[in-house]
Design a protein around this ligand. Structure first.
Ligand SMILES: NC(=O)c1ccc[n+]([C@@H]2O[C@H](COP(=O)([O-])OP(=O)(O)OC[C@H]3O[C@@H](n4cnc5c(N)ncnc54)[C@H](O)[C@@H]3O)[C@@H](O)[C@H]2O)c1
Length: 415
C-alpha cells in the first residue's frame, strides 16, 4: 500500500474520537462550500473522505451520483435532531461509533426531488418488517427522515419491545436537550405499529429486517407480495443471503434490491445498496436516493454473499474466536489488543456479541456454503454458545455477561 498515494492520504489522518465530533451538523453553507472540492476529487476518480465532520458532503462515492447528492443537500434542513448521544448509551462501547456524525433531519422536502415518472413511485410510506436489533433502528431512521413508517412484527410483545427501544432513545435525546419533545413526538407518531401484513398495502417501499433465515424470508415475501401495491419497491436488509433468491419469489424481481444497514442503524453511516441481477436501474437509483435521504452513505455492491463489509469483517470476527480457542489471549485481552493496537473502536468479541451470535452464526453458514473456505466456518466455541442460547448482548450473555452494571467476561469461556 503506497501511503504517499493521494487517495490513501486519509489513512494517515488521526481517527476522531466521539467526543471530538461536533454536536451540530455541518451547516448548509459549509457543505456547499466543499462541493467544488468534492467534484474535483471525483473528477480525478479519487474516493477519499473529507474531514470527519463534513461527511454530509460526502454521502455518495459514485461520481455519477454526485449531482443527485448536491440537490438533496440543498434541501437539507439545518434543524437536525442529533440522537447520537442518546443511542450511544445503548452501545456496549461508546467509542464504537466512529466519525458517524450525521443528523436525523426531517428530510421530507427532499423527497419531492425523487422521480415520479415512469414506474418509479415517489417514496413516502415505508414498511419495515421486523422490529428486532435492525428493524427498529431502520424504522426510527426513516421516521426521523420524514417518512411515514409501518412497522410489522409477528406479535405484540416483540412489536412493543422494538417500539420501546425507539421510545427510550428518543426520551434520552429529549432529556439531554438534543431534541425537542415535539420533534420526538412527531417521530413516534409517524411510526404505525402492526402485526397485520395488510397494513403494508399502501407502502411505496418495504424493507425486510426479519430473522436471517431464507425459508422464513421467502414465506414472508410470498405473502407480502400479494398484499402490497404492485408498483412498490421491495428491499432486503440481509447480511449474507443472495438478494436474487428473495427477489425471484416475488412478482417484481426488477423492483427488488438489497439495502444493507449496519448496527445500530440510527448511528452507522453506511448502507450497502445491493443490485441483484434482476434489479432495474431505476429501482437501484431509488435505493441509493433513499439511503441518502436517510442521511446515509450509499455504496453500491454486487449481490455476492457478505457484500463488501461482511466479506471482510466476518472472517476477522471468526479468527478472534479461534484465537480465543487457541489461548492466544483472554476475551478482554483480545478485545483490548485490537482496540489499542489496531485502532478499532470495539474489540472483535464485543462486536460479535453486539451483532448477535445467532445472526453471525447464520451469516457464516451462508458464507461457508457459498465459498467453501475454512475461514467462514463456525468455530466450535461459537457452535457451543449457540446451542446454549448465548446470542450475545440481546440474550444477556455471549462472550460477555451483561447481567451486571457493566459487561464482564463470560467466565464459562475462560480457561
Ligand atoms: N444484527 C446485525 O448486526 C445486523 C446488521 C445488518 C443486517 N442484519 C440483518 O438484519 C436482519 C435482522 O437481523 P436482526 O439482528 O435485527 O435480528 P433480530 O433477531 O434482532 O430481529 C429479527 C426480528 O424479526 C422478527 N420477525 C421474524 N419473522 C417476521 C415476519 N414475518 N414479520 C415481521 N417480523 C418478523 C422477529 O420476531 C425478530 O424480532 C437479518 O437479515 C440480518 O442478517 C443484521
Amino acid at each position: 500500500m503506497d501511503l504517499a498515494d493521494r487517495r490513501l492520504g486519509h489513512l494517515l489522518e488521526p481517527i476522531p474520537g466521539v467526543e471530538d465530533r461536533p454536536a451540530k451538523a455541518p451547516q448548509l453553507g459549509g457543505v456547499l462550500a466543499q462541493r467544488p472540492k468534492v467534484r474535483e476529487i471525483h473528477a480525478a476518480g479519487e474516493h477519499r473522505p473529507l474531514a470527519a465532520h463534513d461527511h454530509a458532503a460526502n454521502r455518495l462515492v459514485s461520481g455519477r451520483l454526485l449531482e443527485g447528492g448536491a440537490q438533496c443537500e440543498h434541501k437539507l434542513a439545518v434543524d437536525r435532531v442529533p440522537l447520537l448521544g442518546a443511542l450511544q448509551d445503548d452501545v456496549t462501547d461508546r467509542s464504537a461509533v466512529l466519525g458517524c456524525d450525521y443528523g436525523h433531519v426531517d428530510r421530507l422536502p427532499a423527497l419531492d426531488d425523487q422521480k415520479s415518472g415512469g414506474r418509479l413511485v415517489q417514496i413516502k410510506k415505508v414498511g419495515v418488517l421486523g422490529a428486532g436489533l435492525m428493524g427498529h433502528g431502520i424504522a426510527q431512521v426513516a421516521a426521523q427522515s420524514g417518512y411515514e413508517v409501518v412497522l410489522r412484527e409477528v406479535d405484540d410483545e416483540r412489536l412493543e419491545k422494538g417500539m420501546g427501544r425507539i421510545d427510550k432513545q428518543l426520551a434520552r435525546a429529549v432529556e439531554k436537550g438534543k431534541v425537542e419533545q415535539s420533534d420526538a413526538d412527531a417521530v413516534q407518531e409517524r411510526i404505525q405499529r402492526t402485526t397485520d401484513y395488510s397494513d403494508l398495502a399502501e407502502c411505496d417501499l418495504v424493507i425486510e429486517a426479519i430473522t436471517e433465515d431464507l425459508a422464513l424470508k421467502l414465506e414472508m415475501w410470498r405473502e407480502v407480495d400479494g398484499i402490497v401495491k404492485p408498483e412498490a419497491i421491495f428491499a432486503t436488509n440481509t447480511s449474507s443471503l443472495a438478494v436474487i433468491n428473495q427477489a425471484a419469489v416475488t412478482s417484481r424481481p426488477d423492483r427488488f434490491l438489497g439495502l444493507h444497514y449496519f448496527n445500530p442503524a440510527q448511528v452507522m453511516k453506511l448502507v450497502e445498496v445491493v443490485r441483484a441481477v434482476t434489479t432495474s436501474d431505476e429501482v437501484f437509483e431509488a435505493g441509493v436516493e433513499f439511503a441518502q435521504a436517510n442521511g446515509k452513505l450509499g455504496i453500491a455492491t454486487k449481490d455476492k454473499a457478505g457484500f463488501i463489509v461482511n466479506r471482510l469483517l466476518v472472517p476477522y470476527l471468526l479468527d478472534a474466536i479461534r484465537a480465543l480457542e487457541e489461548g492466544v489471549g483472554s476475551i478482554s485481552e483480545i478485545d483490548e489488543a485490537m482496540k489499542a493496537g489496531a485502532g478499532h473502536p470495539m474489540g472483535p468479541l464485543a462486536l460479535a456479541d453486539f451483532v448477535g451470535l445467532d445472526t453471525m452464526g447464520a451469516i457464516c453458514e451462508v458464507m461457508y456454503e457459498e465459498f467453501a473456505e475454512r475461514r467462514f466456518a463456525q468455530p466450535p466455541t461459537l457452535r457451543k454458545m449457540l446451542a446454549a442460547g448465548w446470542y450475545g448482548k440481546k440474550s444477556g450473555k455471549g462472550f460477555y455477561d451483561y447481567s451486571g452494571e457493566s459487561p464482564a467476561e463470560n467466565s464459562a469461556l475462560s480457561g
